[in-house]
Write a protein that binds this ligand. Structure first.
Ligand code: ADP
Ligand code: MG
Length: 267
């Protein structure tokens, strides 16, 4: 396959209406050093749908989310959020980072973590009012963590911490939710609770994009999938995308089909 030079940025066709997409990436290349972590990725995330980002370790999944959020500056390409530049739209995006990337020793109460979701509304010097507190508590209740409001975040289990971060994202009342491996290291009950909340958000017209590592549940949980291995391999409805052929192209030799569908390999 011919390698496109880094300097070539695919031109967005003038006819394409990016405003219909909560998140669109065009020709996005991000590099930490010489080798790009993601290369010339085009992706259009469809409104009111849950999309899984799937790919092997080091495929650039977290990098893609961080570039979409503006945490990392791309080498080339661009990101639009509802058709506009990211800077104008940041408050419409909620982000749940990979749990492992968070310093859990910071001395903060659960309720304060959730109130952080309101900071754009509060402003830096804004006073937290009863109504803010009530909203934060309502978000904690939605994830089943209302009894933990005054606990230190570092004292919670992995699953409980993940629920609290989801509550913070809910408090933000965003239109687009980006989650990095939300089910990693959580128990089955938490996984069910998180997926139920995400499906509610989706059914309310919000857009969900989540890095997902479990191929066994992807079709059950998600509407669409983006297969990524530095480059975009494929994107579309989950039943057309999560296929042995495309997964093979995404994971190369790293994937045994046994991981994909135990029933198929049982005979
Ligand atoms: P994934 O989330 O799919 O596992 P990442 O986006 O975390 O992949 O990483 C993609 C590649 O970029 C990997 O090779 C990783 O080592 C590299 N990488 C990620 N973050 C950094 C960083 N801050 N500095 C240097 N290299 C990085
Ligand atoms: Mg990652």
């Amino acid at each position: 396959m011919a390698v496109t030079p880094l300097s070539v940025v695919p031109v967005v066709p003038a006819s394409e209406d990016l405003a219909v997409y909560p998140l669109a990436l065009r020709g996005l290349t991000v590099s930490y050093g010489q080798k790009p972590a993601i290369f010339s990725v085009d992706a259009s995330f469809v409104p009111g749908q849950m999309t899984a980002i799937i790919g092997p370790n080091g495929a650039g999944k977290s990098t893609l989310l961080k570039a979409a959020l503006g945490i990392i500056t791309p080498l080339s390409g661009h990101v639009t959020v509802f058709g506009k530049a990211l800077v104008d739209q940041r408050q419409r995006i909620a982000y749940v980072p990979q749990r492992a990337s968070v310093d859990w020793d910071f001395p903060t109460r659960v309720i304060d973590v959730v109130l952080m979701g309101l900071y754009r509304e509060l402003g830096l010097l804004g006073r937290i009012r009863r109504s803010h507190h009530d909203r934060a508590m309502a978000c904690l209740t939605r994830v089943g963590m209302q009894d933990f409001a005054t606990r230190q975040i570092g004292q919670l289990s992995g699953g409980q911490q993940q629920r609290v971060f989801l509550a913070r994202a809910l408090a933000q009342n965003a239109d687009l939710y980006l989650l990095d491996e939300p089910f990693a290291g959580v128990d089955a009950a938490t996984e069910k609770a998180i997926i139920a909340v995400l499906k509610d958000l989706r059914d309310a017209g919000r857009t969900i994009v989540a890095v997902h590592h479990d191929l066994a549940t992807v079709a059950e949980y998600f509407d669409r999938a983006l297969l990524l291995n530095v480059r975009r391999i494929a994107e579309g409805p989950v039943d057309q995308i999560v296929t042995p052929d495309l997964l093979e192209r995404t994971y190369g030799g790293q994937l045994t089909m046994a991981r994909m569908d135990p029933a198929q390999t049982a005979s």
